[in-house]
Every structure is written in C-alpha cells, then in structure tokens.
Design a binder for this molecule. Structure first.
Ligand SMILES: [Zn+2]
Length: 96
C-alpha cells in the first residue's frame, strides 16, 4: 500500500519536472535563435594567436588585411597571417 502511494505521489512531481525542463529547453532554444550572430555561434568564434596573443574577432574582421567584418576565422584565406606578428592561421587557437 505504501509502495502504491509513493508511485501515485511521484507522478505529479515527475510531470512538473518534465514541464519545467521543457520550458527551460524552449527558453534556451529561443535565446539561441535570438542571438545568431553572437560569440556563442561556433561559426563566429574568436581565435587567439598563440605567438603574440592577438585576438581575431570575426565580428570585426581584419580591415587592414582586407578581411570584412563578419568573416569567420574558418573562412579566412590560407594566406592570411596575424596582423601583429605574422603567424599563420595554424598558430591560432579557438577561444572559449
Ligand atoms: Zn600574432
């Protein structure tokens, strides 16, 4: 009897948890869609030069090298090099 009671009581709690989880997921998805061009987007990740710590910010690009703002690091030409020290793309690491 006690076992049946605990099952009956557990279900509403489970449903509520599920609802909260779904609501949270919906909120996260909406927030992600609203911030498509933000740094959280993997295509617009910042990269740091391991040689001189120069940071390549896709939102700013590299106007001095003819790189337009909004250019993802992955889309930089292979001939692109660090504007500060001349290191190659291979010397850059993604930032968190
Ligand atoms: Zn550098």
């Amino acid at each position: 009897m006690l076992y049946e009671m605990s099952i009956l009581c557990a279900f509403p709690v489970y449903d509520l948890t599920l609802l909260i989880a779904l609501a949270w997921l919906a909120k996260v998805c909406t927030a992600t869609n609203d911030h498509r061009i933000q740094p959280g987007n993997p295509l617009m990740k910042k990269y740091r030069c391991m040689v001189c710590s120069h940071v390549y910010d896709p939102a700013e690009g590299d106007p001095d090298s003819g790189i337009a703002p909004g250019t993802a690091f992955e889309n930089l030409p292979e001939t692109w090099s660090c504007p500060d020290c001349g290191a190659t793309k291979a010397d850059f690491e993604p930032m968190d």
